[in-house]
Design a protein around this ligand. Structure first.
Ligand code: FES
Length: 108
């Protein structure tokens, strides 16, 4: 068994050269909200869920993006309601939130 049941990584990359990056689209707010919800619901910790910051995940066109492992499910989110749904449905109950899944052809 793995140390954490699920791990979610949020791209928080900030580019200052004018190129698109997740930080320009609310990535930090999504990360902060996810971290707080996971903690509040008692999901954090060994055997549970870990919420981590990441650098560029190379799928910037869909930003802000996050990926859940071990399921390798990629999400693009807009607001706190999206994050709430990812936490409740996927991180807590293992059900993918299909409406937020990043299309396979979205890349850099
Ligand atoms: S800047 Fe977020 S995936 Fe590249």
């Amino acid at each position: 068994m793995s140390y954490f049941q699920r791990h979610i990584f949020f791209c928080l990359n900030q580019r200052d050269n004018g190129e698109n990056s997740c930080a320009q689209h609310g990535a930090q707010a999504g990360f902060d909200h996810c971290k707080s919800r996971v903690k509040k619901l008692g999901l954090a910790g060994p055997g549970g869920v870990r919420v981590n910051k990441a650098g560029c995940l190379d799928r910037c066109a869909g930003g802000p993006v996050a990926v859940v492992y071990p399921d390798a499910t990629w999400y693009s989110f807009v607001d706190n309601e999206d994050i709430d749904e990812i936490v409740e449905s996927h991180l807590k109950n293992g059900q993918v939130v299909e409406r937020l899944v990043l299309p396979a052809n979205v890349g850099k």
